[in-house]
Design a protein around this ligand. Structure first.
Ligand code: ZN
Ligand code: ZN
Length: 244
């Protein structure tokens, strides 16, 4: 049995056997969409009772809670077992939202610069990445080719380029992103929407020559960084001109 929990052993309180969400964790609260996906499965009968997912090769049964957020497991017979239905972000979102894996911090900052809501946490685990993607309707950007195999997820993109700007190009073409009308609607560092601030409000925080030259300033309500048009913005636009 190799320690993989079967249905009869995970009955009752034993939800935290081999999957990353403990039964006491808030993470176990499935969002309604994930539950609805599962509820359409033919095995789903009663939430009070464990629901079994059989291995298609040997028939061994596994508790459905092991497959939360589309996780798959290896059956003791060697076959990978998971839900048939793939989970992913809704198609109806006007502007795609993203979550980048731990290796893609630079791409995440570029996407934020372009105005795209992009979650990024350099310490994130795979299970948390997938959980957030599904519950917040985000497309996963990853360098990890095995991720879509380990999780039955949809709407992800595996980036093959090594270079940051080539990776950004991959995202732009896969999601048909259009060039933004302006840069810096969103903080590069923490993904918050920037707010306009007056010259007086930023006077103490930025160099005097910038204060004299620039007319418009914006500030991040999260980290309080101040943003303005400048030579760095011109360089970024030049780089983006090669991508769009
Ligand atoms: Zn099996
Ligand atoms: Zn910020």
């Amino acid at each position: 049995m190799e320690g993989l929990p079967e249905l009869r052993q995970s009955r009752g309180a034993g939800l935290d056997l081999a999957h990353p969400f403990s039964s006491s964790s808030a993470a176990l609260q499935w969002d309604n969409r994930s539950l609805a996906c599962l509820a359409r499965g033919k095995e789903y009968q009663n939430r009070a009772n464990p629901v079994a997912i059989p291995c298609p090769q040997c028939g061994r049964q596994y508790d459905i809670t092991l497959f939360q957020f589309g996780r798959t497991i290896h059956c003791t017979c060697g076959r990978r077992v998971g839900l048939e239905k793939r989970l992913g972000p809704p198609d109806s979102v006007d502007q795609p939202r993203f979550i980048a894996d731990a290796m893609l911090g630079r791409v995440a900052r570029w996407l934020r610069t372009l105005g795209y809501d992009t979650d990024y946490d350099q310490e994130i685990t795979d299970s948390e990445l997938v959980r957030r993607a599904i519950s917040e309707g985000r497309h996963i950007l990853t360098r990890d080719r095995s991720l879509p195999e380990e999780w039955r997820i949809d709407g992800y993109l595996v980036l093959s380029a090594e270079d940051t700007l080539e990776q950004l190009s991959e995202v732009v073409s896969a999601f048909k992103l259009r060039p933004p009308s302006r840069l810096f609607d969103r903080c590069r560092m923490c993904n918050e929407m920037l707010e306009p601030v007056s010259r007086e409000e930023v006077a103490s925080a930025i160099p005097k020559r910038v204060l004299e030259r620039e007319a418009e300033f914006r500030r991040c309500p999260g980290c309080e960084r101040t943003y303005w048009e400048g030579s760095h913005t011109a360089r970024m636009r030049a780089v983006l001109g090669r991508i769009f």
